[in-house]
Design a protein. Sequence first.
Length: 135
Amino acid sequence: IGMALGTLMTSSHNTTTGYDIAKAANYTKTSTWKTRAFDVFQPGYLSFVDKIQVITQSMATGAKADFTLTYNQAKSTQALTQIAYSAADTTFHKILDKAPKVQDFRLDINFAEGSTTNPVKIRSILISGHYSPEN
């Protein structure tokens, strides 16, 4: 996988035709994406995720993405606010206000309810939290 001049490119090999290189052509609804797991454990402290905000490009009718917070070695999950098209043309989305205490976490994104012609294009994800002394 590579990003030659801003274009997503993939290479593969099969025994019939040899090596192939191709660029991404379309969007799919059958995809999911998981961030890496963030280890936020600190001895003597409780860790909390306070807020998750997502910045998207402008969206059109049918654009949707579902978010899940997966935490504590993937033993617990919390469904977050869905991002979906609205006439207000919002590009700044607050999907979490308060989360349980976490030792580690990741964000899972599912595009199954969305659109292949009007996808949710994520520009950035902002995550903030705090530590509290454990007593």
